[in-house]
Design a protein around this ligand. Structure first.
Ligand code: NAD
Length: 330
């Protein structure tokens, strides 16, 4: 059985990654689109054989409620628009998949979860790494502790961005910069590799190009304290190419490098164990996992709560950067 998926927002990620990945899934089928760009419609209709009755815009997407071809609405819009459209999606009575970062604020995240609960639909956040097998090994090791207790976590993602995009990612309201865009991978990794929730956050921003990074930070550096004395250090930056997740334990260590790329996630442990399981397409696996949770009525792997916890921490990092103080989390 296949679920009909409707993509909302036909930007880069939908066009180059999700739509092709949907063709590789076992349990999903791209049946609908929501777009504000009429010129994209014929291209998508022809490429993916989408009938007129399954094409919507942002004004009429409520009509999806009556469309039996669509089971899931996948929000792939700028972060600042996730809440508005994920809530609209939930109100159609269809299941909701929402890209990361879940939303701009924790209260927006809560309203997405409330709308999904009220409409009794499932909500999954598009954290593809949690569906990736090498990452899943690290999540397992948080429980089995093959190298003893975890002492330190380091997670850093950066790109050497010479010409930053002139788009929503650089906008404080719609995007929030790299701390949102890739910071949620860093924070999510700290949480899934420890299996714990943080106690306190301390962070600051650095900016070597204030004329370019006017609204959003160029670099964010943060330390997060977890229970049992575990110290996590994180970084997101537009000034340096970096992509590492390293866990130091009492009796050894393990790391993935890169840990959040679309392909080639790999790493090793101090005892020589290689972390190099290959999968053809992360997003196809993510969407099949999420489809099976709907078809079998089981828990989704990445629920709204998980997405919201990361946004609480992003907000705490920004607060700490502003006040210069450590922010305690309850
Ligand atoms: P993009 O800029 O390429 O596409 C955004 C789309 O939203 C465009 O089609 C644009 O027309 C549309 N849009 C509608 N209203 C808009 C408005 N008011 N302002 C700007 N654009 C508007 O962005 P993208 O890279 O496709 O990212 C979309 C979402 O997907 C984001 O939430 C992003 O974080 C997420 N994403 C996730 C991954 C991943 O690996 N999981 C990778 C890339 C992007």
């Amino acid at each position: 059985e296949k679920l009909g998926v409707c993509l909302v927002g036909l930007g880069n990620y939908s066009t180059t990654i999700l739509a092709p990945a949907l063709q590789l899934t076992e349990h999903c089928q791209l049946t609908g689109i929501v777009t504000g760009s009429p010129e994209k419609v014929p291209v998508w209709q022809e490429r993916y054989d989408i009938p007129d009755k399954n094409v919507y815009n942002y004004q009429n997407m409520d009509g999806i409620a009556d469309n039996p071809d669509i089971d899931v609405i996948y929000i792939v819009l700028p972060t600042g628009l996730h809440a508005e459209y994920a809530i609209k999606a939930a109100n159609t009575g269809k299941h909701v998949w929402c890209e990361k970062p879940m939303a701009k604020t924790a209260s927006e995240c809560q309203s997405i979860m409330d709308a999904c609960a009220k409409n009794k639909v499932k909500l999954s956040i598009g954290y593809r790494m949690q569906h990736e097998p090498n990452t899943q090994q690290l999540i397992q090791w948080a429980k089995t502790k093959p190298f003893g207790n975890i002492e330190k976590v380091k997670a850093e993602v950066g790109f050497n961005i010479v010409n930053p995009p002139n788009n929503w990612r650089m906008d404080a309201e719609l995007g929030g910069g790299l701390l949102y865009d890739v910071g949620v991978y860093v924070i999510n990794a700290m949480r899934y590799t420890t299996g714990l929730e943080p106690i306190s956050v301390n962070g600051h921003h650095e900016n070597t190009r204030p004329e370019v990074y006017k609204e959003v930070p160029e670099t964010s550096i943060f330390e997060i304290d977890f229970p049992s004395g575990i110290k996590a250090k994180g970084k997101t930056t537009a000034a340096q190419s970096i992509n590492i997740l390293r866990i130091d334990c009492e009796k050894g260590w393990y790391e993935l490098q890169p840990f959040q790329s679309y392909r080639g996630v790999k790493g090793k442990a101090s005892n020589g164990t290689l972390l190099d399981t290959y999968i053809e397409n992360q997003q196809a696996k993510q969407m099949d996992d999420d489809a099976l949770a709907i078809l079998n009525n089981t828990n989704v792997l990445v629920p709204g709560e998980d997405g919201m916890k990361d946004i609480i921490i992003v907000e705490a990092i920004n607060e700490s950067a502003k006040t210069g103080r450590t922010v305690k989390l309850s």
